[in-house]
Design a protein around this ligand. Structure first.
Ligand code: ADP
Ligand code: MG
Length: 256
């Protein structure tokens, strides 16, 4: 059965989408069957996986509103080697449309239950908020991957997310745990980043992934070609780090 992970952090621009698509591509390259779910109405993870959000016949919106199954709505990205349940601006309306329905935070979980045997990994790219969409992600998942930059306010920002995860764990999803904190856009020349990284290790111990993702311009260029860095330029330092992260994740789930 698939292991399901949310990539979440309520801050924008911290590297959630970059992490989701590169981990998906890295896992696909080592033979894992991957479904990437885009839960952000901006649709960046969809576009960054070579799928045009503007021409999607069906999206995660239709799945949340139960007008399509995941088998119907997901598409295979040939270039990237994984399945994509895409998102576009329609999804912004789902928040409001779901207000009236029962068990609205479990819609994605129910839909994923039907395809659990088809995949090894499901990766969910969450929007930068703790909204009903993110809640659907958290209710579906076995674990949360938290990308973070090693900046001064990083730890402070983490408190809200950790509290939300605790509440979801207590009330909605007993499986949910933080799998790990992933240090991204890391620049070892910056002393402060090194200090924050050490603090994270001291605070969270083995909840901090061994792999560190460096700041690397090839990762930032790749989305404009509609590709994850791992596919666009596999030899780039950032891509190799994500490939190493994919291997680390495969090892982690064997211990789960
Ligand atoms: P989020 O999904 O959290 O909003 P993104 O993944 O979209 O964050 O990343 C924000 C910006 O930072 C994007 O322009 C992305 O290309 C860039 N970026 C992300 N990770 C890296 C990295 N390791 N090195 C360089 N640029 C990065
Ligand atoms: Mg994003």
């Amino acid at each position: 059965m698939a292991k399901i992970f949310c990539v979440a952090n309520q801050k924008g621009g911290v590297g959630k989408t970059t992490t989701t698509v590169n981990l998906a591509a890295g896992l696909a390259k080592i033979g894992q069957r991957v479904l990437m779910v885009d839960l952000d109405p901006q649709g960046n993870a969809t576009m960054g996986s070579g799928v045009d959000k503007r021409t999607l016949p069906l999206s995660v919106y239709d799945v949340l509103l139960e007008s399509a199954s995941i088998r119907e709505a997901a598409v295979f990205s040939d270039k990237c080697g994984y399945h994509v349940l895409g998102a576009n601006r329609d999804l912004a309306g789902a928040e409001v449309e779901l207000v009236e329905v029962e068990r609205r935070e479990k819609r994605l979980k129910q839909a994923l239950a039907e395809v659990g045997a088809d995949f090894d990994f499901v990766l969910i790219d969450c929007p930068p908020s703790l909204s009903m969409l993110t809640l659907n992600g958290l209710c579906s998942a076995h674990g949360v991957i938290v990308p973070m930059q090693c900046e001064y306010f990083a730890l402070e920002g983490l408190t809200d997310l950790v509290n939300t995860i605790k509440q979801v764990h207590a009330n909605l999803n007993r499986d949910l745990q933080i799998i790990g904190l992933l240090r991204v856009m890391f620049d070892p020349r910056i002393t402060l980043q090194q200090q924050v990284s050490d603090q994270l290790k001291a605070h969270f111990g083995d909840k901090v992934f061994d792999t560190v993702i460096p700041r690397n311009v090839r990762l930032a260029e790749a989305p404009s070609y509609g590709l994850p860095g791992v596919v666009f330029d596999p030899s780039a330092r950032g891509s190799q780090a994500f490939q190493a992260f994919a291997s680390e994740m495969v090892q982690r789930i064997q211990k789960m």
